[in-house]
Design a protein around this ligand. Structure first.
Ligand code: LLP
Length: 424
């Protein structure tokens, strides 16, 4: 069981490779993933029968391939994510299903993809049941239920309760079972996901709620999914969830259901953040150091176009300075700085609280040309990046078995305007 972290504010290497070397070779800003960290997180979850990676957290096909080779299955929330899973070598059918489509709607592309490819569907609305039932009667489906409560690190990542659009409202379960019956769809599983970045107390309530819902569905249930939501430390003093306690909770729920049904029930977990967050580092260059009244700003070549979590949720990411010259690493005085990016928008600040309030951070003194590393950036980092201000998507590098591999080429200007047309 890993212990709570303290995060260092000076960093010379990532997975044994000098940060300065990595930046010289791949440029900045660049996301760097340490595959060893991903592998370690996977091993910690092996007690579950099935680890299903919520690829929305980081869907680069190199990451998906890495997961697949370790027996991790995958969740997809769009036709694009189904195609990514296929591009990374996942097959469409099998037991347990290698790819599960979980959503609250089918757009037309997604409905076509799941019907034509035979992808298992985890339905989050009655309309999905009807639409799938009409297009592909006789399938097995699972139901994602909104248990009436939820919790997340931000109100924007809470996926339960009546403020949330997610899942089948728990009081509508019976109606949805009738609809499934009417289409000859067999409900083989129940899925609950109450939010992202939650805590053990809330996750424990989910296990409890599962038992009632699975019992209501009845003996057709052969799978229960605990969803995602496992938190990861971002701040000094944050600790990991006790995974033994968490597994035991779910295992006991599963066993009680097995006794009730008289057959095996598979226990799935569906983490995104837990598997990928800590492996990821956003390496950026400090391009200006400015003083504005009381505040000192480090302005980077990375902005919220690269990492949107601070501007969206006031999310906190640990940061470190990678000194240009390692001999200068020790004994750098620290001072409060505000860290921002290149975008023409005042919200382009990495050290902010929810509501946009600038919150200075104690970091080592640094000069223009040195590197700043934004840490624990693997989850919901590169996948939520944009081309705002015509900034290209950054490069991505995966350090695997001690070798850095370029797994996404930095975009070019030609990529930026691809598809744009000037009318005659
Ligand atoms: N399963 C379902 C059905 C989900 O909706 C999600 C996350 C997960 C699993 C994975 O949750 P995780 O284990 O990563 O907490 N952009 C936000 C997070 C949004 C999460 C959306 N759904 C952030 O940067 O914090």
């Amino acid at each position: 069981m890993p212990q709570a972290h303290t995060f260092a504010t000076l960093r010379t290497e990532i997975a044994g490779h000098g940060v300065v070397e990595l930046a010289r070779r791949f440029g900045t800003p660049t996301y760097v993933y340490d595959a060893g960290t991903i592998a370690a997180r996977i091993e910690e979850l092996r007690a579950f029968d099935c680890i299903r990676y919520a690829q929305k957290a980081c869907s680069n096909i190199a990451i998906l391939d890495f997961m697949r080779r370790r027996g991790v299955l995958v969740d997809a929330v769009s036709a694009g994510e189904i195609d990514r899973a296929l591009a990374a070598g996942y097959t469409t059918t099998g037991e347990p299903p290698p790819i599960v489509y979980t959503a609250d709607i089918f757009d037309r592309a997604a409905l076509t993809a799941v019907v034509e490819r035979g992808i298992h569907v985890n339905c989050g609305s009655a309309d999905m049941i009807d639409q799938l039932g009409q297009a592909a009667p006789g399938r097995d489906i699972t139901l994602r239920i909104n248990p009436g409560f939820g919790h997340g690190h931000s109100q924007k990542t809470n996926t339960g309760g009546e403020q949330s659009k997610h899942g089948i409202w728990h009081e509508d379960l019976l109606d949805c079972l009738r609809r499934a019956d009417a289409h000859g769809l067999a409900v083989t599983g129940v899925h609950l996901h109450i939010g992202s970045g939650t805590d053990l107390a809330h996750l424990a309530q989910v296990a409890k709620a599962m038992e009632g819902f699975a019992a209501e569905v009845g003996r057709t249930v052969t799978t229960i999914s605990a969803g995602g939501g496992l938190p990861t430390p971002y701040k000094d003093g944050d600790s990991y969830v006790d995974l033994d306690v968490y597994f035991r909770l779910w295992d006991e729920t599963r066993r009680r259901l097995e006794d009730r049904f008289g057959h095996k029930v598979r226990l799935e977990i569906e983490p995104g953040r837990y598997l990928i967050a800590e492996s990821g580092y956003l390496v950026a260059e400090i391009r200006a150091v400015k003083r504005m009244g009381k505040n000192t700003f480090y302005l980077l070549d990375a902005g919220f176009n690269n990492l949107a979590r601070p501007i969206l949720y006031g999310a906190y990411h640990p940061m470190s300075i990678a000194p240009a010259d390692q001999s200068q690493a020790a004994d750098r005085p620290e001072h409060d700085v505000v860290v921002g990016g290149p975008l023409c928008e005042s919200g382009d600040i990495f050290t902010q609280e929810e509501g946009g309030f600038v919150s200075p951070r104690n970091l080592p003194e640094a000069k223009v040309g040195e590197l700043l590393v934004i840490e624990v950036a693997g989850a919901y980092g590169s996948v939520m990046s944009s081309n705002y201000n015509s900034q290209p998507l950054s490069a991505e590098v995966m350090i695997k078995e001690r070798t850095p591999h370029l797994v996404r080429v930095r975009q070019t200007f030609a990529d930026l305007i691809r598809g744009e047309v000037i009318p005659p």
